[in-house]
Design a protein around this ligand. Structure first.
Ligand code: ATP
Length: 372
């Protein structure tokens, strides 16, 4: 068999981690392409930090091998691996100025003429005017940039980032997400970023691995994960999904299902499981894909759309859109987000409405999974 691993890919083969009888990471096969921005995303305790620490060499895997390109590094100590890690606590040296913090890795290697390289790094992270300040004179976001510059100064093959923005407030975190993305694009080094924040992963990463209970549930580009979740966990962890229990009426390239007497359609290609007539399917649709009309306007809905009748249970104005909760025999609490441009004074709690959406925007999940 030909090995298709590119020269600098990170490859985990059968990597697992046990702590006594507890399995933090189940055997995992994962290839992280060279030069990509890769996110390990999941709730607290799902094993993402453990996975990152195994790549860093800070944890010994219980099974499996880790390679960087052609080189197996499974048992190499951290300092012998061409990787570096940025932690949430910036861990800057408080008594050194920014220039010296960044220069540290070079000086430790015995390099004395550091100015050109450090200046380049300071430019990269846009801290030119702060070079001679001490860490405590910088904001949290600026300190985090110093930590990134310090980790990049020795040109690692892979930069590991463990919740690096976790200590920042929301606005700063958003700015730093874009900043880190820009830096990664500029330096072209593989970034592996651990986060529990789905929006952060979606904003920054080319590829996201969604972890749950020590396993990768799904791997893909952010839009692909959002549009085509393969499990209920992914459907609920990335954004909001309306999940409707249904029975399959007919299965072909187009699938028809029945939910409490209402027929809905979806393409078989958007199902994570092969639908079988008479079998069960969880049918999903994102709240922003749904349109809403008062019941008396049902005749205005184009043919071929999926339709559900219901009653508005609640509505909340959230700036750019209004969020409705709809009670329907088909599903007790359907969520719908409507852009405010379409706001309609008749859409108030208690109003009879019809929801409708394009069948192409419907996905199907295995109904035997529990809804998490
Ligand atoms: P968080 O976002 O909270 O850091 P995580 O997804 O990164 O969570 P890990 O830190 O990888 O999760 O931990 C995965 C599981 O392994 C958790 O249940 C954790 O309690 C357990 N664990 C981690 N380190 C150890 C250890 N040294 N000894 C025993 N159990 C551990």
């Amino acid at each position: 068999m030909t090995d298709t691993t590119a020269s600098g890919d990170v490859r985990l083969a059968g990597i697992s981690k046990h702590y006594g009888s507890f399995t933090a990471v189940h055997p995992l096969d994962l290839t992280i392409p060279q030069g990509s921005f890769f996110a390990l995303l999941g709730a607290s305790g799902c094993g993402k930090t453990t996975t990152l620490r195994m790549i860093a060499g800070l944890e010994e895997p219980s099974t499996g091998t880790i390679s960087l390109g052609e080189r197996e590094v499974t048992h190499l100590p951290p300092y012998k691996r061409p990787v570096n890690t940025v932690f949430q606590s910036y861990a800057l040296f408080p008594h050194m100025d920014i220039f010296e913090n960044i220069a540290f890795g070079l000086r430790r290697r015995g390099i004395t003429s550091v100015k050109k390289q450090v200046d380049e790094m300071i430019d990269l992270v846009q801290l030119g005017e702060h070079a001679r300040k001490k860490p405590h004179q910088l904001s949290g976001g600026q300190q985090q940039r110093v930590a990134v510059a310090r980790a990049l100064i020795n040109h690692p093959q892979v930069l590991l980032l463990d919740e690096p923005l976790g200590a920042l407030d929301l606005k700063l975190r958003r700015q730093m997400q874009l900043e880190l993305k820009r830096i990664q694009t500029e330096v072209g080094i593989t970034f592996v970023h651990v986060t529990h924040d789905q929006e952060e992963a979606m904003t920054m990463a080319d590829t996201v691995a969604v972890m749950n209970g020590g396993r990768v549930e799904q791997l893909g580009a952010p839009a692909e994960l959002y549009e085509n979740p393969r499990t209920t966990f992914v459907a609920n962890f990335l954004g909001t999904s309306n999940l409707i229990e249904s029975a399959v009426e007919s299965a072909g390239s187009d699938v028809a299902v029945s939910a409490s007497g209402t027929t809905l359609r979806l393409p078989a290609a958007r199902c994570s499981t092969t639908p079988r007539t008479g079998g069960k399917l969880l049918v999903g649709v994102r709240p922003e894909k749904i349109s809403l009309v008062p019941a008396e306007e049902e005749h205005t809905i184009a043919a071929g759309r999926n339709k559900i009748a219901g009653k508005i249970a609640d509505s909340s104005f959230i700036g750019v859109s209004t969020q409705y909760v709809i009670d329907s025999p088909v599903c007790p609490e359907l969520e719908v987000y409507v852009q405010n441009i379409e706001r309609d004074a008749r859409l108030v709690p208690g109003a009879e409405v019809v929801l409708h959406w394009n069948p192409e925007h419907t996905f199907g999940l295995d109904a035997d999974q529990s809804i998490s």
